[in-house]
Design a protein around this ligand. Structure first.
Ligand code: PGA
Length: 253
């Protein structure tokens, strides 16, 4: 686990090359020092080259929103891990709920993508989380375990430092409904339990995601089980994103 909070902005399908590069330039100018926060941004693929070039040599890392599990081949629309490292990307999300829900990605594919990213030298941020129906049915833990097992059983023990987990309850993503502090704490503790059950070294680095904004972030980050956040909506508005960074800088690690 890092000695800093990890704040990751998932731009989703927003900020194309023109807007993305201008946003990145402003972000670079706004962030001149960080002591308690690692700031990472994941632009859409089309914006990645220009954003990576704008942020080269800055305090901000750039990554992708998804990555394929092979190095080349007939996989229309996909991106190989080495294409990302060539652009200067240092990480990739895997298994975001929008990939699972709208594009049918399975937990096995998510595990393959995660391992391939790590093998290429990227940090993989593997996302897991239950739907509202699953939470109401009392199956949250079962779902988290089912999503985690293929990932945790395929990442090599010596590579786990390159794995970050993001707990994102699907019903909290982009809805303005944030999970309660008890729900977040409980889910993160359960994820650590599954981590230990896989005999992995140390503890998992776990981000919370789902409607994080400047109003709710301080109390979420104050939970010792939470190591940072994966942020969608509030990461594409510079004032809100800078406010989240300020809160992180003001919160003890
Ligand atoms: P949100 O998205 O912050 O807009 O809820 C989070 C995510 O999908 O990673």
């Amino acid at each position: 686990m890092s000695s800093k909070h990890l704040l990751v902005g998932n731009w989703k399908m927003n900020l194309g090359p023109k807007q993305g590069s201008s946003y990145a330039r402003q972000l670079r100018e706004s962030i001149t020092a960080l002591s308690r926060t690692d700031v990472w941004v994941a632009p859409p693929f089309a914006s990645l080259p220009i954003v990576a070039s704008e942020l080269k040599g800055s305090l901000i890392n750039v990554g992708a929103q998804n990555v394929h599990w092979t190095e080349s081949g007939a996989f229309t629309g996909e991106t190989a891990p080495s294409f990302l490292t060539e652009l200067g990307a240092t990480f990739s999300l895997t298994g975001h709920s929008e990939r699972r829900t709208y594009f049918g990605e399975t937990s096995e594919q998510v595990a393959q993508r995660t391992v391939a990213a790590i093998n290429a030298g990227l940090t993989a941020i593997a996302c897991i989380g239950e739907t509202e129906a699953e939470r109401s049915a009392g199956t949250t833990e079962k779902i988290l375990e089912t999503q985690l097992n293929p990932i945790l059983s395929s990442v090599a023990k010596e590579s786990v430092a390159k794995l970050v987990l993001a707990y994102e309850p699907v019903w909290a993503i982009g809805t303005g409904k944030v999970a309660s502090l008890d729900d977040i704490r409980g889910a993160h503790q359960f994820i650590q339990k599954v981590w230990s059950a896989h005999n992995l070294p140390g503890t998992a680095t776990i981000l919370y995601g789902g409607s994080v904004n400047p109003t709710n972030f301080a109390e979420i980050l104050a939970l010792k089980e939470v190591h940072g956040a994966l942020v969608g909506g509030a990461s594409i508005k510079l004032d809100q994103w800078m406010e989240l960074i300020r809160i992180s800088e003001a919160t003890a690690v």
